[in-house]
Design a protein around this ligand. Structure first.
Ligand code: 4NP
Length: 148
């Protein structure tokens, strides 16, 4: 799960996906990263933590990291929150770039629409709730699609 800062959206996506993986008893691994390094080492944004907890998910132990090109080899699927993330992942991955692995997360809900999970960084708590709902729906679709 990849966003810009690995502070607001992708930590939520990691926590939500982790929860669904546990509920469905799947042996999947999930992680998150940001395309920049400005918040490396920090915990998720306090509003991401708060909204996750209100939904029964604890993400406070997560730690920000930057996406590295080896992630392209380490993971089978890489979900990005917006088109800018997509371009940055492509740039960082260099010759390890594998287009077939990378998708916009919301294309799981509305295929081909190329919609973004909006960045809530400058927003209010309600924006984090909106982001939570979007990510939650997309993660449910991923489990439906790939779990057998
Ligand atoms: P995120 O949000 O990509 O959802 O983690 C942001 C976090 C930090 C910044 C922008 C967006 N920033 O400009 O530092």
């Amino acid at each position: 799960m990849v966003c810009l800062g690995n502070i607001c959206r992708s930590p939520l996506a990691q926590g939500i996906m982790w929860n669904k993986i546990a509920e469905a008893n799947l042996d999947w691994e999930v992680d998150s990263a940001g395309t920049n390094h400005y918040q490396t080492g920090e915990p998720p944004h306090h509003l991401s933590q708060k909204v996750a907890l209100q939904n029964g998910i604890d993400i406070c132990d997560q730690c920000c990291r930057q996406f590295v090109r080896e992630d392209m080899l380490r993971f089978d699927k890489i979900y990005v929150m917006d088109r800018e993330n997509y371009q940055q992942v492509k740039k960082i991955s260099g010759n390890l770039w594998d287009e077939s692995k990378v998708s916009l997360l919301l294309n799981e809900v509305e295929p081909g629409k190329n919609k973004s999970v909006p960045d809530p960084w400058y927003g209010q708590e309600r924006d984090y709730h909106d982001v939570y709902k979007m990510i939650d729906e997309a993660c449910s679709r991923i489990v439906e699609r790939y779990a057998e």
